[in-house]
Design a protein around this ligand. Sequence first.
Ligand code: PPS
Ligand code: ADP
Length: 201
Amino acid sequence: MSNENIVWHDHHVTKEERAAIKTQKPCILWFTGLSGSGKSTVANAVESRLLALKKHTYLLDGDNIRMGLNRGLTFSDEDRVENIRRIGEVSKLFVDAGTIVLTAFISPFQKERDAVRALVEKDEFIEIFIDTPIAVCESRDPKGLYEKARKGEIPNFTGISSPYEAPAEAEIHVKTEDQTIAESAEQVIGYLKEKGYINAG
Ligand SMILES: Nc1ncnc2c1ncn2[C@@H]1O[C@H](COP(=O)(O)OS(=O)(=O)O)[C@@H](OP(=O)(O)O)[C@H]1O
Ligand SMILES: Nc1ncnc2c1ncn2[C@@H]1O[C@H](COP(=O)(O)OP(=O)(O)O)[C@@H](O)[C@H]1O
């Protein structure tokens, strides 16, 4: 389909003005890691901390988005790429709205994570590697998916029959096997304060 008759409209109210009344610097907190690594758990804990600090947030979470916006996408490499592309575009809109967006998707490919990074301004994308060894994820198995995948009941399961590319240079590296959920959340909040996304007070 041609885009030749579509014209970009500039808005009167800017991202900076929207962010300013929220007293925060908008960004994407991009959590990546294996299933069961703790992306969702830590992202929820961070969002609760931010809410307590009166910050404006929105959490986009894997399973929920696949039930709505991305319903019908499978776990083939091609569909995972499209999944992340759409989430990147939605995240960009939230950043434009002045929001601190938290995303919790496996997002197994570095190329797609880099593509989302390239969608927004420098410093608006914060990659958070939830680095939990697969053995620990498998022992947690909160949804019983590893058990099913080992039995061959789930094709293309990340870490077993589908690849996961660990981030080479994530801004934040969280090791959930060595720290509590609260400590991991504090690690992220500390980063946001130190870099001026939220006020340190
Ligand atoms: N084949 C396969 N591989 C990995 N994960 C699977 C699969 N099938 C279903 N699930 C469930 O889907 C959740 C991952 O969805 P995502 O959208 O985050 O995946 S991806 O970023 O497109 O790779 C994932 O959620 P999390 O456990 O929260 O990561 C699983 O619950
Ligand atoms: N230190 C920890 N950090 C994060 N999650 C932990 C930790 N210890 C145990 N867990 C448990 O591990 C599971 C992680 O699941 P979840 O957050 O859904 O992972 P993901 O979103 O990456 O699939 C949860 O049941 C959580 O309670």
